[in-house]
Ligand binder design. Structure first.
Ligand code: BG6
Length: 493
């Protein structure tokens, strides 16, 4: 509660993200006493609406999307009463003058110039216009107090990201820009740092001498839902790999930071991105696999193929699946493949990191075993939230044969509910802690690492789309990508 009074301004407040994530996150922070004592939310949208109408809309959505859905409580009513709605035209200067008057009048009521937190929950094409007007009207003049949160994708390739960043930096200083990647707010993703650097027994093994390969999977059951229009121009490489998966890769592969300070952590992560081996266009097919889902079954129910989904071209070549092999050119990881994959309409929702250790140098247990399985450390990010260590033990009985066993740490054994990713990130933005947000050089390096791939894919249409059935684990070529090295995707973790 010891946070400066703050006015939160949400652009695109009637949109999907605001309804599903932002309002529920602010409400939960409020119920957990994590909001400033004095705060107001100004919700901006195109349609004409009264405060009462909009508050009612938020309340209805909280019932569905808030993890604390008791919306009849006095606290939730208090929260709702702090939202005001303002009709806003992104292209009209006048709208920004109205916003300015609103901000000033709230400051007067608070009796203090409040911090300002702008959340851009809008299509990326509007960012420039908004930023230009914010500067022109002078809405965010105080570097220490005024911040802007920007959703991904930040640009669509390195060149456009640089351009966007240069444009933004005419209005904001780097320390005011909070580039959000909601995976970094997930409890289990943050725990990777705690697990790696809060223990002494894993880190000595965490390198090329002991680790055979690493797999990072972010599989979704859902298709593109209502987002076809957006997704068509984006695809899995830009929607998931460039940001979420590369960030998980950073957490898994980074060196220990000197401190938990924002820049110490972000420096170490940037090192990882810089060390990703850049591939040449002619190597793209060797290192990557792209896929698009066909009709199929998810948990027994039939679902349409991507090309039949709403807003999708019948001959679309947008990828809904990517698998790739990454090498990190540094001392710790030289020669260790990192296999990344992400897809929509996969067999089940599952995000995990699998560290597979090298096999024993010599097995004395050749007979009567159920097969020697390599040691594995499995970090389940979602929906399971656990860490498993797999190792071999003696099979009970007279003979000395082996079987695999597992030690498990399960988050759900903790009694408290974990906060949603957006709660953590918004709370950090309110207090001005950028650690879990993407610094500019991270975004730039992440684009640099994948630009060759997207360029090559754009110039070379896929021969066989759609190439995996909804409800499967992706195209066969993704299995071959690993099989070439004697590896396989580890199933059902
Ligand atoms: C978003 C992507 O960033 O992450 C979506 O744009 C994807 O396509 C979503 O579905 C997945 O997030 P989560 O938290 O549900 O795993």
């Amino acid at each position: 509660k010891n946070i400066n009074p703050t006015i939160i301004v949400i652009f695109g407040a009637s949109g999907d993200l605001a309804k599903r994530k932002l309002f529920p996150a602010f409400q939960n922070l409020f119920l957990d006493c994590r909001m400033p004592e004095k705060f107001q939310i100004i919700a901006l949208g195109r349609a004409e609406k009264s405060d009462a109408e909009f508050r009612n809309y938020v309340l209805e959505n909280l019932k569905t999307f808030s993890r604390k859905s008791d919306v009849s409580s006095a606290e939730t009513k208090d929260f709702i009463s702090r939202i005001t709605y303002l009709r806003h035209d992104i292209d009209k200067e006048e709208s920004y003058h109205e916003l300015n008057s609103k901000l000033t009048s709230i400051d007067q009521t608070f009796g203090i110039r409040a911090n300002r937190l702008f959340y851009l929950s809008i299509a990326p094409s509007f960012i420039t216009t908004i930023s230009v007007y914010i500067k022109k009207i002078g809405l965010t003049p105080n570097v220490g107090q005024d911040r802007i949160i920007i959703e991904k994708p930040f640009g669509y390739d390195k060149a456009s990201a640089i351009e966007l960043n240069e444009m933004l930096s005419q209005t904001f200083k780097e320390e005011q820009i909070y580039r959000i990647d909601h995976y970094l707010g997930k409890e289990t993703v943050q725990n990777i740092l705690a697990f790696r650097f809060g223990n002494s027994m894993f880190e000595p093994l965490w390198n090329r001498n002991f680790i055979d390969f690493v797999q990072i999977t972010v599989a979704e059951e859902v298709g593109v839902e209502e987002r076809g229009g957006f997704y068509e121009g984006v695809g899995a490489l830009k929607d998931m790999i460039q940001n979420h998966l590369l960030q998980i890769l950073c957490m898994t592969a980074m060196e220990a930071p000197a401190s938990l300070g924002a820049d110490d952590i972000r420096n170490r992560k940037a090192d990882v991105l810089r060390s990703i081996r850049r591939i040449k266009p002619e190597e793209v097919d060797h290192y990557t696999v792209r896929g698009q889902y066909d009709a199929g079954f998810i948990k027994g129910s039939p679902v349409a193929g991507y090309r039949q989904d709403k807003g999708i071209a019948p001959d679309s070549n947008t990828e809904t699946y990517v698998a790739m092999k990454i090498y990190l050119d540094n001392w710790r990881w030289q020669g260790v493949p990192f296999y990344l994959r992400s897809g929509k309409r996969m067999q089940e929702k599952q995000s995990s990191i699998i560290i597979q250790f090298k096999p024993v140098p010599h097995s004395s247990f050749s007979y009567g075993n159920e097969g020697m399985t390599p040691n594995r450390l499995i970090i389940n990010i979602q929906p399971a939230m656990d860490i498993k260590l797999q190792f071999m033990t003696k099979k009970p009985g007279l003979s000395l044969s082996l079987r695999p066993a597992e030690m498990v740490f399960d988050y759900f054994q903790c009694s408290t509910m974990s906060p949603e990713a957006y709660e953590t990130l918004l709370s950090d933005a309110l207090v001005g802690d950028p650690t879990l947000f993407m610094r500019w050089d991270q975004v730039e390096q992440a684009w640099d690492a994948i630009d060759t791939i997207q360029e090559f894919w754009k110039n070379n249409a896929p021969a066989n789309f759609p190439n995996y059935k909804a409800g499967s684990w992706g195209p066969e070529a993704a299995d071959e990508l690993l099989a070439r090295q004697g590896h396989a995707w580890v199933p059902n973790t």
